[in-house]
Design a binder for this molecule. Structure first.
Ligand code: IPE
Ligand code: IPE
Ligand code: MG
Length: 259
């Protein structure tokens, strides 16, 4: 449906892209990249389009970014798609966003399966519309045995609620004797979070020029490298991701120690 225009130009692009990928892969790439995909509304506004047009365009970028992450050998790509606070938005916008997983997976799932991508989701499933949840659970089920890139959608996700729920669960497990209080350490506590089987992000990207976390992975980002760009999410492309990774490769991570 898409990408029908200018096949020659695309071909030329893909060969230069391949070279760029190979160059970046000469140094270690971050294993877990997390992205706060922001700026869809402003992208639409700049074009005098409704906000939902920005979300639709942003969905195409999810596709491109997933493909590139897979080619780069990134192990996990976490994408912040909808926060627990985003329910405050106009009803029609929320309804539209909740239809996007079906649309995205409806066309992209066969490719994800083919590319050995494993789909995961973190967030509160209970409040999601049935049709949204069904599309996601199908993708999770159909890709559960895949061993390549983990594509982890943060959908109806909020970090404070996540941490608070973990605390409550820890209290319950102590009360019922499943766990002893003195056994609780950072590693054990991490296992109570929605990311229990996922390593902390190495690189966090936020688009659209906002320099904040907006309730995203507050515990997990403790030692993550941050990369911010003014680029709006629908304008985010392969070169931007490669630029972020190259920047990451020049950082010195010390984790509190000395180099
Ligand atoms: C990010 O784009 C997508 C979601 C939060 C769902 P926004 O919709 O926040 O775009 P801006 O920030 O209003 O431009
Ligand atoms: C964060 O963006 C959530 C997602 C990208 C899904 P927001 O646009 O909701 O964040 P704020 O409101 O500007 O902090
Ligand atoms: Mg925003």
């Amino acid at each position: 449906m898409f990408n029908k225009i200018r096949p020659w130009k695309n071909q030329k692009n893909s060969s230069t892209l391949r070279e760029k990928i190979e160059k970046v892969k000469k140094l270690p790439v971050p294993e877990h990249v997390a992205i706060i995909m922001d700026g869809n509304g402003r992208w639409a506004k700049k074009r005098a389009l409704p906000r939902i047009a920005g979300h639709h365009e942003g969905m195409k970028v999810v596709r491109k970014t997933t493909r590139l992450a897979s080619k780069l050998g990134i192990k996990t790509l976490t994408l912040y798609a909808f926060s627990t606070e985003n329910w405050k938005r106009p009803k029609n916008e929320v309804e539209y966003i909740m239809k996007l997983p079906e649309e995205f997976l409806g066309t992209f799932l066969p490719e994800l399966i083919e590319e050995n991508v494993q789909v995961k989701m973190m967030g509160y499933k209970d409040q999601l519309p049935v049709h949204t949840l069904r599309a996601i659970e199908r993708a999770i089920e159909d890709t559960k045995n895949n061993t390549g890139l983990v594509l982890n959608f943060a959908l109806n996700y909020g970090s404070r609620a996540e941490i608070l729920d973990a605390v409550k669960q820890v209290i319950n497990d102590c009360k019922s004797g499943i766990m002893k209080e003195n056994e609780l350490d950072e590693k054990v506590f991490s296992s109570y979070l929605m990311t229990s089987n996922i390593a902390d992000p190495d690189l966090l990207i936020r688009t659209s020029g906002e320099i904040r976390l907006s309730n995203f992975m507050l515990w997990q980002l403790a030692y993550t490298e941050f990369w911010f760009t003014e680029v709006l999410w629908p304008d985010f492309n392969e070169d931007h991701l490669l630029e972020a990774i190259k920047d990451f490769q020049n950082r010195q991570r010390r984790f509190g120690g000395v180099k």
